[in-house]
Design a protein around this ligand. Structure first.
Ligand code: GDD
Ligand code: MN
Length: 388
């Protein structure tokens, strides 16, 4: 087995080195005690020329364990240790997809919850059906999910499957297990550059973004972890919801929606301040309105800066806050004449007039923040709402 095989492009001169039929991509994050067993079983199951790629984000000695096991078994493996775990599990898988040379790329976990002996079967099923994607499913006849640690994990898994299927009905029709982390994809159907994974659900990302032509499923028994601990967490769950929203809405729409939600939430501190200043401290209502507006600006700034534009905070905190405050107050000043125009000249009611001014100013403020305050870098960020 060679560590690096050359892919022959269409019309490229024949080099004599053929791409392997199968590449196996294994993402690893602190899986040292699973490596021996995994590699031994993989090597026993797959054809000798199969390419084995590990994409590692570990802080333990997983990489050393892989090299030692590969030497003992006398197989070539490629280990890519990433300096930064960009995109988490999904990012690691995309990195592996990019590097793979095989006609088929099989993605599987390192903890033996995905049976290695099934790898050739997945590829054979894809070849037989002339499919682009083969999903190893826990939910078709003959499969099971006994390895899901507890009832909580089962409910979460079922719930997320249902949610994804209800949001992407057409794309996921006929796929029982879009949350599976075990699948084989035909390299020619794949454009890894279009994938922007966020966390665990890389298969979902792949199906929604690349719309594989033909998908088949193969049942499998989702086993228990051989050693070590699961890396999924509540944070991973929240990331999944964000991932779904981005897949459905697109990044900029989601950002605008989030910004609108923050704006709506700012009405509360605004009104509370107004009420307290007038009723408790006897401040004149116009003065109180101006102060309340500052409180709302502070509230909106913290949420916008932390949640909506977190990945684009390039300017200093003071500069961002200053520009935000200017925008918020220009808003206040500009809305008054606009309201006078709408009500006085165009005959709109106070309420509908106010609503229109709020919407117009919302759009203008968002545009200024998006284009001028939180400038984009050329480096793509993995997420819209926080998390590296
Ligand atoms: N490189 C890298 N970077 N690998 C990671 C990372 C990361 O940030 N996080 C997790 N992994 C690796 C683990 O080392 C393991 O090989 C694999 O990804 C799965 O991680 P687990 O922590 O064992 O995940 P799980 O068992 O909870 O979830 C699995 O089953 C789910 C279905 O219930 C995954 O396959 C999910 O994708 C799948 O949805
Ligand atoms: Mn696992």
């Amino acid at each position: 087995m060679t560590a690096v095989a050359q892919r022959e492009g269409v019309g490229a001169p024949t080099t004599g080195v053929h791409p392997p039929h199968i590449s196996v991509v294994v993402p690893t994050y602190n899986e040292r005690d699973n490596i021996d067993e995994l590699l031994a079983r993989l090597v026993a199951a797959v054809p000798a020329e199969t390419e084995l790629i590990f994409v590692d984000d570990s802080s333990d000695d997983t990489v050393e364990a892989i090299h030692a096991a590969a030497e003992r078994l006398d197989v070539a493996v490629t280990v890519h240790h990433r300096p930064e775990a960009v995109g988490g599990l999904g990012g690691a898988v995309v990195e592996g997809l990019r590097r793979a040379q095989g006609t088929w790329v099989v993605v599987m976990d390192a903890d033996l919850q995905h049976p290695p002996d099934l790898v050739p079967q997945l590829v054979a099923a894809g070849d037989d059906a002339d499919a682009d994607l083969v999903v190893a499913s826990r939910y078709v006849d003959g499969g099971n999910r006994d390895g899901l640690a507890n009832a909580y994990r089962r409910v979460v898994s079922q719930g997320s499957t249902l949610l994804a299927k209800s949001m992407f009905g057409r794309t996921l029709a006929g796929v029982t297990d879009p949350m599976s982390g075990f699948f084989a994809v035909r390299a020619t159907s794949l454009d890894a550059a279009t994938l922007r994974p966020l966390g665990y659900k890389i298969l979902l990302e792949l199906m929604v973004r690349t719309k594989p032509r033909r998908i088949v499923e193969v049942p499998f028994a989702f086993g228990s972890r051989f050693a070590g601990e699961s890396k999924s967490s509540l944070k991973e769950g929240l990331r999944f919801l964000r991932h779904l929203a981005i897949l459905r809405l697109g990044k900029s729409q989601l950002r605008m929606l989030g910004y609108a939600a923050v704006g709506v939430s700012g009405v509360l501190p605004n009104l509370v301040t107004l009420q307290v200043l007038t009723a408790v401290f006897g401040v004149h209502y116009l003065t109180a309105a101006v102060i309340a507006n500052q409180v709302a600006i502070g509230w909106n700034f913290v949420l916008t800066d932390k949640l909506i534009f977190r990945s684009r905070r390039q300017r200093s905190l003071l500069a961002r806050l200053g520009q935000f405050a200017v925008l918020g107050n220009v808003d206040l000043v500009a809305r008054i004449p606009l309201l006078a125009l709408l009500v006085g000249e165009l005959g709109l009611g106070y309420l509908s007039g106010t609503a229109v001014t709020l919407l117009v100013m919302f759009a203008i403020r968002f545009f200024v923040l998006d284009r001028l305050v939180y400038v984009r870098t050329s480096k793509p960020s993995p997420s819209v709402w926080e998390t590296p």
